[in-house]
Ligand binder design. Structure first.
Ligand code: F6P
Length: 328
């Protein structure tokens, strides 16, 4: 059992791709910290800012009016130097210079790898919070930003469906997810897609073509194919081209891209971010370190950072099967 300790100064940083809800999470950390008499320091631009000691004192007033804003007001970065032993040493040195006893890192798998290296090489207490629209982190049902991203993508697909139906055209829509198909699967189901192509399942072009033709023969007026950015068949343009070569049907491609990363967070993302932010402060105060704070079945759950990096989050197979039934 971890004991209560007297941690007095906690730093927070956001790293990697930003995700809507990160601001709500920082706000919760700062305000929970203040309630527990812990000083909170913000590190700007993720690990890059940590290596440059780019820090700012955060008090409850400095995080006013950010709960509704997308992005991260602390800014973020992808930092190659944190992958080196020198970088880790410098980061630990800077944390000590700033009298930081605990660090909260908000981000995805790259963020947690850096965090693990810090835990292994120092006495700094560390808690990770999952913040990535990709939702591909083991140990949490949802990562901060996913709900907003899928609603943004869905909104776009609903609009595309109007024009797709009017001109009876197949649309190939690429959504984010460089390694995994979580966004594509949820958006595909919610958007009534005819097919969902994701890295986890093999894309069969012949099968895709015959499904499309069958659906048009049955009287469908449009065809929406949702493609995850990381699908193994070579990307949305290559897939669309291969279909065209077989069916010779006029088609359009739409890449939703970084639009999915922006915008005001949904209520669900704000609530999740608030819960995880406050729970991360509590975990540090209880003396815990080396964990990610997530939510599983509605309950706060701690998973060792090592596990979040090594284990693969499973896709919901029921959704995949449902997809096949509903797209007929
Ligand atoms: O990691 C989240 C993510 O949205 C991926 O799905 C996408 O491939 C990547 O970020 C793109 O990020 P950037 O253009 O910022 O490198």
């Amino acid at each position: 059992m971890a004991k209560k300790n007297s941690i007095k100064r906690i730093a927070v940083l956001t790293s990697g791709g930003d995700a809507p809800g990160m601001n709500a999470c920082i706000r919760a950390i700062v305000r929970r910290g203040a309630a527990c008499k812990c000083g909170i320091v913000g590190v700007r631009r993720g690990y890059a800012g940590l290596l440059e000691r780019d820090t700012v004192i955060l008090d409850p007033r400095t995080v006013a009016n950010i709960i509704q804003r997308g992005g991260t007001f602390l800014e973020t970065a992808r930092c190659e130097e944190m992958k080196t032993a020198e970088g880790i040493k410098k980061a630990i040195w800077n944390l000590h210079q700033e009298n930081i006893e605990g660090l909260i890192t908000i981000g995805g798998d790259g963020t947690f790898r850096g965090a693990m290296a810090l835990v292994d090489a120092s006495d700094i207490q560390l808690i990770g919070i999952p913040g990535t629209i990709d939702n591909d982190i083991y140990g949490t049902d949802y990562a901060i930003g996913f709900d907003t991203a899928i609603n943004t993508a869905l909104n776009a697909i609903d609009k595309i469906r109007d024009t797709a139906g009017s001109l009876q055209r197949p649309f190939f829509i690429e959504v984010m997810g460089k390694d995994r198909g979580f966004i594509a699967l949820d958006v595909g189901i919610a958007g009534g897609a005819d097919s969902i192509l994701i890295p986890e399942t093999k894309t069969k072009i012949e099968e895709l073509c015959s499904n499309m033709e069958r659906n048009f023969r049955k009287g469908k007026r449009s065809c929406i194919v949702v493609v995850a950015e990381g699908d193994e068949a070579g990307g949305v343009f290559a897939i669309a081209q291969q279909v065209w070569e077989r069916l010779k049907r006029d088609y359009r491609v739409c890449v939703l891209g970084h639009i999915q990363r922006g915008g005001s967070p949904t209520a669900r993302d704000r609530i999740l971010a608030s819960k995880l932010g406050a729970a991360a402060v509590d975990a540090l105060i209880e003396g815990k370190s080396g964990y990610m704070i997530g939510e599983l079945n509605g309950e706060i759950a701690l998973t060792p950072l090592k596990e979040t990096c090594e284990r693969k989050k499973e896709l919901d197979n029921n959704l995949l099967q449902l997809m096949a039934v509903l797209a007929t």
